[in-house]
Design a protein around this ligand. Structure first.
Ligand SMILES: C[S@@+](CC[C@H](N)C(=O)[O-])C[C@H]1O[C@@H](n2cnc3c(N)ncnc32)[C@H](O)[C@@H]1O
Length: 191
């Protein structure tokens, strides 16, 4: 069965309910690029149960995690509480076109293993503070055919075609590794 990264809340609620008490480690490309994040606030879009959110909380960031899976957010809050970190969470379905209008402005936005629509990417600068970092990472356009991934969930270079000119691409990374073909796009808001 193909993994439904987008659009199937029951699938993800079930997946997070089935997980044991452990949290996966943070994304390698986040660790490798950690000096590029701006100290301050961070919005983790489609945060899941918070493996990356927890990493940033430990680094002293003020983190807000957004996901449409209540089960994922319950787990994130529990992991954060275990370490005495305060985390903000919001249950939001990112498939709604206006859903980012009310979420506020952040020093950093992370989108890890979720394909954010072109429309959101075209407006994401409105949610970033000047000097802020947009970090998008996941399976990319050269990912080989895989029963667990749908083609429409792969991050494509064209996803960024309509990104605002105030966002400058500062790094593009690709890596073929055990899980498949991973890409990371990093943008800095310059004005
Ligand atoms: C592969 S997981 C990635 C989780 C996390 N970012 C990470 O790196 O571990 C995909 C996440 O996207 C969330 N998701 C899928 N579709 C969504 C939607 N339409 N709105 C909000 N979250 C969604 C799922 O609940 C799940 O937590």
């Amino acid at each position: 069965m193909a993994v439904r990264y987008m659009g199937d809340k029951d699938f993800w609620d079930h997946k997070f309910t089935e997980r044991d008490g452990r949290l996966m480690g943070p994304e390698k490309m986040i660790l490798e690029n950690s000096p590029l994040f701006q100290k301050g606030t961070l919005l983790d879009l489609a945060c899941g149960d918070g493996r990356n959110a927890l990493y940033f909380l430990k680094q002293g960031f003020k983190v807000t995690g957004i996901d449409f899976s209540r089960k994922a957010l319950d787990r994130l809050r529990r992991f954060a509480a275990e370490h005495h970190y305060a985390v903000r969470t919001q249950e939001v379905d990112l498939s709604h076109p206006d859903c980012l209008k009310e979420v506020g402005i952040y020093d950093n936005i992370v989108v890890n293993h979720y394909r954010l629509g072109k429309e959101h990417l075209g407006r994401i600068h409105l949610n970033l503070a000047s000097g802020g970092l947009l970090f998008v990472c996941g399976f990319g356009h050269k990912h080989k055919e895989d029963p667990f991934m749908r083609e429409e969930d792969l991050i494509m270079p064209s996803d960024f075609d309509h990104i605002d000119p105030s966002l400058k691409r500062i790094r593009y990374l690709e890596e073929e590794e055990r899980r498949g073909f991973l890409v990371a796009y990093l943008y800095r808001k310059t004005s």
